[in-house]
Design a protein around this ligand. Structure first.
Ligand code: ASP
Ligand code: MG
Length: 449
């Protein structure tokens, strides 16, 4: 492909009846301007969640063989309905509809087979979860053709995007996969519609890249083929300076660096950004209905001092260990091994001479277990519900002091204050108050305006 390639990621959030025609329009605009679009898609809205919960249901109930079969049959009917409704809105004539249904039937047939064997072969779980993307890539390929775009579905397994066997959160083998995608696309004459979120091990077992992993596929593909840019299309475009529900005049940020995007946490999947950062592939986060609403993520040589984003992370837990005779190394070792055992991430660790503080998120629901087990080993431990407030931008010591002072003045019950480090791009503090929105309002006035 000699033309400039634009990688377009369409997530479940915009695969809606009223937006799908606009998606096709955006691709046509790119073709008309002489670019080569490439598409990476997620599952239709809610489909991955539905597959995940059905798997859970299958595993929870100890069922006889025919019990599994009938549950599965009913589930497939439900899944077919969801996709039929989407297709019904797409103005296909009878002939096309038949053709689509033949293609989808092949996938449903395979899915049914996989569901019936997954209880004896848990390695199939990732493949099952990946059907959402396989179905949507199939439907959208037909739809784009209907709209005059010469498109063709491309599954991750056909490229192949090779990963390790860390199921549910697999990591792409960059070197092999980079070669594979470039080779595959060199003979590909049509607009590729790649099923995101998926990979395959060297042994031919399908894997998934972690929830939200279509961003990862898009960023991998974009950097591997040295795309002109990657556009992550959204319902509402761009990255905002803060939550507009809290501060109504929150504004779209024109451009941020890879590091700032990484620090802000929410904008783009951590794994995804790791690829683009190396190859400096520019990313745009744009509104599908109004592409002018956009934020660029790119290399910025001289980041201007100041605050770009104010945000928070709510419902966190602070483990507080206090002991006159604390031996930080030893205690930290004990604590971190328990966290690792339950696969709970420590978001922030801080210590003083007589205390050790660890902030964690209970997103896998195992934090109580972590606490119990640590309590059995270290007696002076307490857990407190906390929230985190953070600023993203470029900061010096004055900003750090101003931030901490404000949090004290606002009586936030500051538990862990922000500190300065070299090329400081993130100030974060842990507070006990739950009046986070009010605090954000004040911070916005003082730091952004
Ligand atoms: N469909 C997958 C998920 O919901 C991947 C994605 O949406 O990016 O996690
Ligand atoms: Mg999704």
């Amino acid at each position: 492909m000699s033309k400039k390639i634009i990688v377009n990621k369409f997530g479940g959030g915009i695969l809606k009846k009223e937006l799908i025609p606009i998606i096709a329009k955006r691709l046509k605009e790119q073709l008309n301007k002489g670019y080569s679009p490439l598409v990476v898609v997620s599952a239709m809205p809610g489909v991955t969640d539905s597959l995940v919960s059905f798997l859970k249901k299958l595993k929870e109930k100890p069922l006889k063989r025919d019990g599994v079969t009938s549950l599965t049959v009913n589930y497939i009917i439900e899944l077919k309905k969801i996709h039929s409704v989407i297709i019904a809105d797409m103005e296909f004539n009878k002939e096309w509809r038949n053709e689509i249904h033949i293609e989808l039937e092949k996938l449903f047939f395979e899915l049914e087979k996989d569901l019936n064997t997954t209880l004896s072969d848990t390695k199939l779980e990732d493949k099952i979860i990946s059907y959402g993307e396989k179905l949507s890539a199939t439907i959208l390929s037909f739809y784009f053709n209907l709209k005059g775009i010469d498109a063709q579905r491309l599954l991750a397994e056909e490229i192949p995007i090779i990963t390790d066997d860390n199921f549910k959160n697999a990591n792409i083998d960059w070197q092999t996969s980079e070669k594979n995608i470039n080779q595959k696309l060199s003979n590909f004459k049509k607009v590729p519609i790649i099923a995101g979120f998926t990979g395959i091990t060297n042994n031919g077992v399908t894997t998934t890249l972690g929830r939200g992993g279509t961003d990862t596929t898009a960023c991998f593909v974009g950097s591997a083929i040295k795309a002109y840019k990657i556009i992550l299309w959204k319902d509402v475009g761009g990255v905002l300076s803060t939550d507009p529900k809290i501060v109504s005049k929150a504004k779209i940020i024109k451009a941020i660096s890879y590091q700032e995007a990484e620090e802000s946490g929410k904008i783009i999947h951590e794994k995804a950004i790791s690829y683009v950062k190396i190859f400096k592939t520019p990313i745009e986060i744009s509104s599908i209905s109004n592409p002018k609403l956009t934020t660029q993520i790119k290399e910025i040589k001289n980041i201007k001092k100041g605050t770009k984003i104010i945000s928070s992370k709510k419902n966190l837990t602070l483990f507080l260990i206090t002991d006159e005779n604390i031996k930080t190394n030893e205690q930290l070792l004990i604590v971190s091994s328990v966290f690792a055992k339950y696969k709970v991430e420590m978001i922030l660790v801080s210590n003083t001479r007589h205390s050790l503080q660890i902030v964690a998120d209970n997103n896998n629901g195992l934090l109580d277990k972590v606490f119990e087990e640590i309590e059995g080993k270290i007696s002076k431990i307490k857990s407190i519900k906390v929230n985190m407030i953070f600023l993203v931008g470029k900061f010096d010591i004055n900003d750090v002091n101003k931030f901490n002072d404000l949090l004290i003045k606002l009586e936030t019950k500051l538990q862990i204050s922000a500190f300065l480090y070299e090329n400081c791009t993130r100030l974060e503090a842990v507070v006990e108050t739950n009046k986070i929105d009010e605090v954000i309002k004040v911070l916005y006035k003082k730091f952004i305006k």
